[in-house]
Design a protein around this ligand. Structure first.
Ligand SMILES: *[C@@H]1O[C@H](CO)[C@@H](O)[C@H](O)[C@H]1NC(C)=O
Length: 287
């Protein structure tokens, strides 16, 4: 085992170049947008990866949710350490790739226009797709909590604009993503750390893929927060090699004691950093 997987395991630390058509799209050449796939349900679990605000509401049951097994601290990623980690399987990675901006920028991303959008994508108003779109639009329209900058991006160009507003207009923008896992890999299994590399300290933006008929990412940035990003190479019990983005929030003193990360790790606010492994459909954006 092992070798046949190595080919498919790739570390995506790419410095974005903005050649036209860079964001691959396997859709019609027609300029009108006809992209009807809704990204697969993320295993039916609410995403615990939303490290911050999103997960404050998690209830006790979530501790038993295998998808919550993504939290750890920096000492857990020392070479040789083993821990159970949940990585979702992604059936169709193309649904997480941005479409060219000329396809998405002409479509309003607005709750007010939901009826028109449902007609455009041919979803009936009571379908689960309609509900998913409504929820995503709500997330995109949320008011940013104090000290946060947030927004949704629908193209590589808008991601770079969002990032350069924060990092500075001349900064290069790097995207860190976890590699994909094979279908045969158990969603939750033990992984042993093979290598850990710190990639960045300081400013970073976390971007979460939201269900929508085309790739929409909710990106957020916290002013004044101290974060570290690592790339951690892991070997699973089944031989699978995964390179995972690992994001650490260094100051947790203002977090709620009920945060699932604390409860899973048995820690209290301010006692330790809280880090989490990133699923391959999300990304960390760094200068
Ligand atoms: C991981 O390893 C520990 C210790 O060997 C074991 O108790 C646990 O069941 C394993 N977890 C999984 C998900 O395989």
């Amino acid at each position: 085992m092992g070798n046949e997987f190595v080919c498919c395991s790739f570390l995506l630390l790419l410095f974005v170049s903005l050649s036209p058509g860079n964001a691959a799209a396997s859709h019609t050449e027609d300029d009108s947008v006809v992209v009807l796939q809704l990204p697969e349900q993320k295993d039916g679990h609410s995403s615990p990866h939303m490290g911050m605000g999103m997960s404050f509401g998690m209830v006790e049951d979530d501790l038993m949710n295998p998808a919550a097994k993504v939290f750890a601290t920096i000492k857990d990623i020392e070479v040789g350490k083993t821990m159970p980690i949940y990585f979702p399987y992604i059936h169709d990675p193309t649904t997480f790739q941005f479409l060219p901006k000329h396809k998405t920028h002409q479509i309003p991303l607005s709750s007010e226009q939901l009826p028109e959008l449902l007609r455009l994508f041919s979803f009936s108003p009571d379908s689960h797709q309609a509900l998913a779109m409504e929820q995503t639009l709500k997330i995109c329209e949320m008011e940013a909590p104090k000290g946060e900058v947030q927004g949704c991006v629908t193209s590589l160009e808008s991601l770079v604009d969002f990032a350069q507003d924060i990092f500075g207009p001349d900064s290069q923008v790097g995207i860190v993503r976890s590699s994909l896992t094979s279908k045969s890999t158990p969603l939750l299994q033990n992984y042993t750390v093979v290598e850990s590399k710190e990639i960045s300290t300081g400013k970073l933006i976390a971007c979460h893929n939201e269900p929508y008929p085309y790739a929409v990412y909710y990106c957020h940035f916290q002013l004044g927060s101290v974060n570290k990003v690592f790339m951690v190479s892991l070997r699973g019990d089944n031989g699978e090699k995964v390179d995972s983005a690992f994001l650490c929030h260094m100051d947790t003193s203002t977090w709620s004691a009920g945060h699932i990360g604390f409860r899973l790790l048995g820690l209290k606010p301010g006692e330790s950093e809280i880090c989490h492994f990133f699923p391959a459909y999300d990304m960390v954006v760094v200068p």
